[in-house]
Design a binder for this molecule. Structure first.
Ligand SMILES: Nc1nc2c(ncn2[C@@H]2O[C@H](COP(=O)(O)OP(=O)(O)O)[C@@H](O)[C@H]2O)c(=O)[nH]1
Ligand SMILES: [Mg+2]
Length: 655
């Protein structure tokens, strides 16, 4: 297998990541194969959706390319790939420069000092602008971007490049020619000096030479560069054309020179699971990067932390995009484990459960939800299994049932994200689901104390029914939102009937009087009543309590409560004012603002009903440049006018 290098390709949709991966594999002699993004949904939409893997072997290195989607709702794949990459390559279109997903990518690699390089791709395009793209990188991000190459263009053609480390030109059509074009000579000299100055900070010897103006050899510069990239401070910039196959040899060399793998081959085995997929032929595949030791087929490992045992059955490496069975894998290598249903993204597996778990980045959480319903009876049966399969493989896709509204909900990053996976459900599992906006799980409560008496009495032949209770309701803020007190003194209600009273109360609380939402935050005391020696029963007291509760509830100033979300919006500074006034318009309460560098985090509490389409609205408001997270922050009373509308709506739905 040789040494491994894992390169994660990230960047905005359309900059040519998938084309680049294919071109590199072709260059390395991999024969024609399915694309890295060959699932039905990816083919239909013409873009990447899942993390794609392709491996080639060249210059004694096994290089695994991790191709990520450039759509901002699919960012989890970027987190997965970057987590196990030795080098992350941010790809940009030479005619477009920094875009939304470039910013997102920078946040999870360069900004947190992971080894990162930039490729300015599509250099063949007529309006390719290497210098402008470089300038926009420097303007947007706090990284030390140093070009390793400058492109050579003749007219509108990308004909070669100058390698600033070797100070030699490379012409794609004429391998013999190496002289630097005259009009580039000055720029090259300046760029090389900038490069040496930047990298010499990472190598004391080189620093001395640089300061004393001594000649620095190619080998010395290359060595210092490797260290500078490893530190995450220096971000080398290269150029290429994926579709014209230009600059690829230099890029492949750079993968070897700029990145390094770590891991102790002699140590006991340790590996991290970074991605899962459901292969139509092989079933569940769990992608792992071996961290230490040798991962062997047929052995068992345990989950670090819990000790849960995992059997390593089928093991696959990749040749291009095709899986091939292997018996073992060494540190740094990426392989897939077949049919291991218990593995999850982020899990570290090892020989010994007490070793250190691999630090995975924190994934974003779903921010957009839809209620889903099966279209027909046959869909009901297949639905849960299929949903489980699909949601297990994706960190930012969750399925659950709302305990209040009983609706089945799917949570994701946006409407495109969710609809892609619903298409996949249809394509792979033949399950059709309809979606709609989720019902808000309102609740009901009371604002003041009230009492009510109710006598349940029936005399219709045979044995009668009799039970009488007097209840007191009070607002209650304790745990669980409910408390029941038996305050009967003497024997107005015998102890055996008290459970019946509480049952009646609980039944009444399931549907409040306002709009049939569950009642919460009440303390209920039964403090008086009466019974009949023959006709009383638990059932009679239950019915009496139910009525008494409802009567008291009506007098206790009932109100609707609505769920509130705690929201954190991260935005480029320029949108701050706009976002704040929008949050105010959503009945939100701004809690604070934290400016950090060029972005600001705005914290607020906003009612859930106002946040249902926020993922889509914020995107269009900021062209996708702001992101947000939210989580439940409890319940608060609904303003009066709105409460009337919700109650009227509930009555209308009832009819
Ligand atoms: N002219 C030109 N087109 C390219 C180049 N690389 C990719 N493309 C085209 O750009 C489009 C998007 O490429 P793709 O690889 O799907 O982009 P991705 O979204 O980053 O994976 C496709 O039509 C490619 O053929 C390039 O170097 N030059
Ligand atoms: Mg792609």
């Amino acid at each position: 297998m040789g040494q491994a290098r894992n390169i994660c390709l990230v960047g905005h949709s359309g900059c040519g990541k998938t084309a680049l991966a294919a071109a590199l594999m072709k260059r390395a002699g991999i024969k024609e194969q399915p694309a890295l993004d060959a699932s039905q949904e990816e083919k239909e939409r013409g873009c990447t959706i899942d993390l794609g893997l392709g491996t080639y072997f060249a210059n004694d290195l096994t290089v695994t390319l991790l191709d990520t989607p450039g759509g901002d709702e699919f960012v989890e794949e970027m987190y997965k790939g970057v987590a196990v990459a030795d080098l992350t390559l941010i790809v940009l279109g030479a005619d477009r420069g920094v875009e939304v997903v470039t910013e997102r990518a920078w946040d999870i690699t360069g900004n947190v000092k992971r080894p990162t390089a930039v490729l300015i791709n599509q250099m063949d395009k007529e309006n390719a602008k290497f210098d402008e793209v470089l300038a926009s990188l420097r303007e947007h991000f706090d990284g030390k971007f140093v070009p390793l190459q400058l492109p050579i263009r003749e007219g509108n053609n990308f004909v070669g490049l100058v390698d600033l480390v070797t100070s030699k030109a490379v012409y794609f059509a004429d391998k013999g020619k190496t002289e630097i074009p005259e009009d580039l000579a000055l720029a090259c000299e300046a760029a090389r000096a900038g490069l040496l100055e930047e990298v010499s900070t990472y190598d004391d010897e080189l620093m001395m030479k640089f300061l004393e103006d001594e000649e620095i050899t190619t080998a010395e510069a290359a060595k210092a560069l490797t260290g500078a990239v490893a530190s995450g401070d220096v971000v080398p910039v290269l150029c290429a054309s994926a579709t014209e196959g230009k600059g690829l040899d230099q890029l492949m060399d750079a993968f070897g020179a700029l990145a390094a793998t770590h891991g102790d081959g002699a140590a006991p085995c340790r590996a991290v699971v970074f991605s899962l997929s459901n292969d139509p032929y092989l079933g569940r595949l769990s992608y792992v990067r071996v961290l230490d030791g040798t991962l062997q087929e047929g052995k068992s490992l345990v989950e670090v932390g819990t000790g849960h045992k995992m059997d390593i059955r089928d093991l696959y490496a990749f040749e291009g995009t095709t899986q091939k069975r292997v018996s073992q894998a060494e540190p740094g290598h990426i392989v897939a484990i077949g049919k291991a249903e218990d593995l999850r993204v982020g899990m570290t597996i090892a020989t010994d459960q007490t070793v250190e778990a691999y630090a995975m980045p924190e994934f974003p959480k779903p921010v957009y939800s839809q209620a889903i319903e099966p279209k027909s009876q046959s869909d009901v049966e297949k639905m849960s299994e299929a949903l489980r399969e699909i949601s297990t493989t994706k960190v930012t896709l969750k399925v659950d049932r709302d305990p209040v509204t009983k609706e089945m909900l799917i949570h994701g990053m946006g409407d495109i994200h969710i609809s892609v996976f619903l298409e996949r459900l249809k394509n792979r599992y033949n399950v059709s689901l309809e979606t709609h906006r989720p019902t808000i799980p309102y609740k009901e409560t009371i604002r003041k104390k009230a009492e009510a008496k109710y006598r349940h009495k029936k005399q219709t032949g045979g044995r009668g029914q009799f039970g009488e209770v007097v209840l007191r309701l009070e607002p209650h803020s304790g745990e669980g939102g409910y408390q029941f007190l038996d305050e009967i003194k003497g024997a107005s209600i015998p102890g055996q009937y008290i459970p019946g009273v509480e049952k009646g109360v609980l039944e009444a609380m399931e549907e409040g009087n306002l709009a049939k939402y569950p009642v919460t935050n009440v303390s209920v005391a039964v403090f008086d009543g009466s019974f009949h020696p023959v006709d009383s029963s638990e059932l009679a007291f239950k019915l009496a309590a139910r009525h008494a509760f409802r009567d008291a509830f009506d007098q206790a100033q009932p109100v609707l409560l609505e769920p509130v979300m705690s929201v954190a919006v991260k935005t480029p500074e320029e949108f701050t004012g706009d976002i704040i006034s929008d949050v105010n318009g959503r009945r939100g309460r701004i809690l604070g603002m934290e400016p950090t560098g060029k972005t600001t985090v705005i914290r607020a509490e906003v009612p859930l009903s106002e946040m249902q389409s926020y993922a889509l609205d914020l995107k269009s408001r900021t062209q996708g440049r702001a992101t947000f997270q939210m989580e439940p922050a409890g319940y608060q009373p609904v303003p009066g006018n709105l409460q009337d509308r919700i109650i009227a709506q509930a009555q209308q739905d009832e009819e």
